[in-house]
Design a protein around this ligand. Structure first.
Ligand SMILES: [Zn+2]
Length: 204
């Protein structure tokens, strides 16, 4: 999306295909790197938080077992079990895997509590690159004169489809989802095209 906006902006500034491509590729690389860095930082700090919480939990389980048993039983009572049954469930789960039971039901950590920063970063960079490749391929295939229309159109179409898929996956209306994404996408591209046109006329 940001790459499409960039391409539209640079094209609106009356640039040649070479400059437009350069801007697009630079946008792809910069965007992919910044997405990867952001994701890496966010997932690593999340992993640190999880690790610290688990360490604390492990200490508590080792040093104050009875109150940890009560704590877990209380959680099950809040979820609707009778106190007697809650205590039995808590004791049996803790006998099986105390840390796992507390991680799951007290801390809300599912999975094997390993957030993977590097994998998340790579996935995020790859997703961004795939999205950014579309406008770049469009630049290569389309005459410069109709670039703004074609890149905007193709990107909005792509956004609308992705918005619909995301909305459906989240259980919301596909029409509203795609409409919302397409609206903001169109606004962003109109803004960059406007800036590009302004800049282009001023410079040239
Ligand atoms: Zn606990």
């Amino acid at each position: 999306m940001s790459t499409a906006s960039l391409v539209v902006g640079v094209t609106a500034a009356n640039s040649g295909r070479h400059e437009i491509l350069l801007a697009g590729v630079a946008g792809l690389v910069a965007g992919a790197l910044s997405m990867a860095a952001g994701e890496y930082v966010s997932v690593s700090s999340q992993a640190d938080t999880e690790r610290a919480a688990l360490a604390l939990e492990r200490t508590e389980l080792a040093t104050q077992r009875p109150s940890e048993e009560k704590e877990l039983a209380t959680i099950y009572v809040q979820r609707g079990l009778e106190p007697e049954l809650a205590r039995t469930v808590a004791l049996q789960l803790m006998a099986h895997d105390a840390l796992g039971a507390h991680a799951r039901d007290e801390l809300g950590l599912t999975e094997k509590f390993v957030a993977r920063p590097l994998q998340a970063a790579l996935a995020s960079a790859a997703t961004f690159s795939v999205g950014a490749a579309l406008p770049i391929v469009t630049v290569i295939l389309t005459p410069v004169t109709s670039l703004v229309v074609v890149v905007s159109g193709a990107s909005l179409l792509c956004l609308a489809v992705l918005g619909a898929i995301a909305a459906r996956a989240g259980g919301a209306s596909a029409w509203i989802g795609s409409g919302r994404v397409a609206f903001w996408g169109a606004l962003a591209m109109a803004a960059t095209a406007g800036i590009g046109a302004l800049f282009g006329t001023k410079v040239s």
